[in-house]
Design a protein around this ligand. Structure first.
Ligand code: UDP
Length: 459
């Protein structure tokens, strides 16, 4: 096999992107490939601050940071400014970094660049430097297929050039893949056209990204919906990407994990706990938070609820819950700011996952065989919900009332229904087994990953 090859990996600077690309990097490194993982300085500071102990993983993966050109936290809340600045500043820093690595004698030249599909400019830089590029999608194949289909949707007059729907037609890309409602597209944000335009730009850029890429690696296993994979040329499904497949602690959390919930889970009856998490970005308004709290309180079940500091727009955490809630549920409710999610989902005490249906959460829940209660917010989460509830039949959907609120009554009813739904439980276990087989020798994800690694060694 010759000299140890060296690859450079770059995620988009968000939790749901850094995490899967980190898991992928670990997997690549474990196959004897040197990995340099490039993040922004801002994200590096978050990750370092959330690490419980010295960075053991630095022996396997080299972390390098580059500036994103933005100043403080506030700057980054402005999506347009963030996109414009990153596109202007980061390509130069990346080129300098690659030049520096390639000129040094210690690390070996970079043979391949792996970039998140949302940072397609990375593959432009690689191409200009004569380095092969591979795209990695942190979403499922359906999302990538929809992105590639955008020019046709515009041509057919279904959306305009800003992604705004022009008709009510359902968008269907194959008979087997769930169709999209036009108000639930990856970029849909009817209340904020500016945000919609920016997300649309990110999503549309996938066409160009894929042109500069030999493969699209996807955190997915082919057996879930092989037809969706056929919609994306050169897609290699290599998932599920799981931290539990690697020894030790994984780097990449933006918040410190609160592991006390694992010993708390140990004390709960098998298959009893409702796990509630909305990922890293989704936000609830105060009224919605109250309804959720009351819904959880009304059930006679233990629950573990991830309440990030920024889940609601209130700074004092105690004031977020209904009065007396914390005391009333103290004996059966546990609230943490950030959980070791994969370990939680794998815990035998967990009965179901009330989730925003982010792609990583979806894949993690599937891999652990946990039934879902779906509460999507934006981006691909609506389509993931359609897969979970309609295609794979491993969950139920929460329906908002006329004011857009998911009431405590809706929560109570759906959770009760889910907990006694034997067909959903059986399907969830079937998919868990499917995921396991896919990663085992001979399985589709196993073989795809071997092909990818073999190609890296040929560069
Ligand atoms: N996550 C975690 N602890 C938590 C909540 C989430 O480790 O308390 C992880 C979760 O396992 C997943 C990621 O954060 O890997 C969230 O990604 P996802 O695509 O589900 O949602 P996003 O944050 O992008 O909306």
């Amino acid at each position: 096999m010759g000299r140890q090859p060296h690859v450079l990996v770059i995620p988009y600077p968000a939790q749901g992107h850094v995490m899967p690309l980190m898991k992928l990097s670990m997997k690549i490194a474990e196959h004897g490939v040197k990995v340099t993982f490039v993040i922004t300085e801002f994200i590096e500071a978050k990750i370092m601050a959330s690490m419980p102990e010295k960075a053991w993983w630095s022996q396997i993966i080299r972390f390098v940071s580059i500036p994103d050109g933005l100043e403080g936290e506030d700057d980054r809340k402005d999506a347009a400014k963030t996109r414009e600045t990153m596109l202007r500043v980061m390509p130069g820093h990346l080129k300098n970094l690659i030049d520096k690595v390639n000129q040094s004698n210690d690390g070996g030249q970079i043979k391949c660049v792996l970039a998140d599909t949302t940072v397609g400019w990375v593959l432009e830089v690689a191409k200009k430097m004569g380095i092969p590029g591979t795209a990695v999608t942190p979403a499922g194949p359906g999302g990538v297929a929809l992105s590639l289909h955008i020019p046709k949707l515009i041509e057919a007059g279904i959306i305009d050039t800003n992604g705004t729907p022009m008709s009510d037609e359902l968008i269907s890309l194959s008979k087997e893949t769930p169709a999209w409602k036009v108000n639930e597209l990856t970029w849909s944000s009817p209340s904020d056209p500016k945000i919609q335009k920016i997300i649309f730009e990110y999503v549309s850029s996938a066409v160009q990204t894929l042109r500069n890429s030999n493969w699209v690696l996807c955190n997915y296993f082919n057996e879930l919906d092989p037809w969706a994979c056929d919609l994306v040329p050169n897609m290699l499904t290599i998932g599920p990407l799981l931290a539990s497949n690697h020894s030790g602690h994984l780097a990449g959390n933006f918040w410190p994990e609160d592991s006390t919930c694992l010993s708390w889970l140990d004390k709960q009856p098998t298959g009893s706990v409702i796990y509630v998490s909305f990922g890293s970005l989704a936000k609830l308004n105060q009224q919605q938070l109250h309804e959720l709290a009351l819904g959880l309180e009304s059930l006679d079940q233990p629950f573990l609820w991830v309440v990030r500091k920024d889940l609601v727009q209130v700074s004092n955490a105690d004031h977020e819950f209904p009065e007396g809630f914390t005391e009333r549920v103290a004996s059966r409710g546990k609230v943490v700011e950030w959980a070791p999610q994969e370990k939680v989902l794998a815990h035998p005490s967990v009965a179901c996952f009330l989730s925003h249906c982010g792609w990583n959460s979806t894949i993690e829940g599937l891999s652990m065989g946990v039934p879902f209660l779906c509460w999507p917010y934006f981006a691909d989460q609506f389509h993931n919900r359609s897969y979970i509830c309609d295609a794979w039949k491993v969950g139920l959907e929460l329906i908002p009332d006329n004011n857009g609120i998911i009431t405590s009554h809706e929560l109570e009813t759906k959770i009760k229904t889910l907990l006694i739904h034997d067909a959903i439980k059986a399907n969830a276990l079937k998919l868990k087994e499917m995921a396991r087989k896919s990663l085992a020798p001979g399985g589709s994800s196993f073989q795809n990953f071997q092909s990818f690694i073999a190609q890296i060694f040929k560069y």
